[in-house]
Design a binder for this molecule. Sequence first.
Ligand SMILES: [Zn+2]
Length: 397
Amino acid sequence: MNITITGARVLTPEGFQDNLALHIKDGVIAALSPALPDDPGQVVDAAGLLCVPGFIDLHVHGGGGHDFSDATVEAFVGAAQAHMLRGTTTLLPTTVCNPPEELERIFAALTATRATQHALPYMPGLHIEGPWINPKQAGAQDPRYILVPTEESTQALLKHGKDVARVTAAPELPGALGLGDTLSAQGVLMSIGHSDADYGQVQEAVRHGYKLVTHLYSGMSTLHRVRAMRVLGVVESAYLMDELDVEIIADGLHLPPELLQLIVRCKPWDKICLVTDSTRGMGLPDGSEIILGSLTAGQKAIVENGVAYMPDFTCFAGSVASSVRCVKTMVEKAHVPLEDAIRMMTLHPSRVLGMESRKGTLAVGMDADITCLTPAWNVRHVFAMGRHAVRDGQITG
Ligand SMILES: [Zn+2]
């Protein structure tokens, strides 16, 4: 189906441009020019809206009351569409440390979801966050299911092929460097997270295929002393090493505004990706009670003031951010120009995933993954692979 979006301010690789008609044909951007094409198809008037690449979220556990760990088609569709309503067109459903049979059910739910006709964000594969993490940096992860990587468990994961898009692991664990070699050779994005590594161990990890740092500052070592000597943790290593990209939970709460400002001073901007790391509480009203992780084994939390808390309100229990809120936070609280904040949620994660030739920018020949939003950050339209998936703020199918 042909669609032409008219009247919007379009974010092109050269910056925002007015008066461009964006023509979609066969799921890709077929033309981007001031003139309407001869055969415009359905015309969507986007006057007054910003038209930007669809957001790419590398780290999502759930949303809209659903967690991907629920391992049903209903949960996958519900969570994915809750994020799509807020501008996301590509996401990695993210697991937590769980029993192997639960992981198998999640893979099966991904496959079954792809077979449905629903309008959904692109889900290239799962992000496996655990079980190969350091118990000292487990955070909210269930310590019962933490493991050390073995050849057997690596091969068990690899039998899912391309459905494994990313693995977060602690490279200092025995066997974790071999894990990096094996999985990165298969195209899996290897990410350092829930890790107590020092600078030497992070350097070694990079030599073994690790490319990204999972939620910078959360669940990782920082500068510390070993006897008289100061030793860099994962945080400082991530700043120092240009080989490493970082992802940050940009809800403005997990990392306070001053820390977001520090991060954009210390790390090259094209090495920063925004993620929501959101739980099933994303999109639910304040006061909602949610279960973190799977319904059977998870723990209770409460949504309040834009984040999830443990029931006694002593600490955060996960994010409820949307992609558009992360971009807004970087603009309003970290003072990053709008174009750059958007690139942190589009172009940079697409490059990290190796998809920059298809996704992450609006240009002729790219996938038609497009988000149209008001200057007040309300998402009005989303096009996912050329399909008009969100119209006037409503899911179409
Ligand atoms: Zn996570």
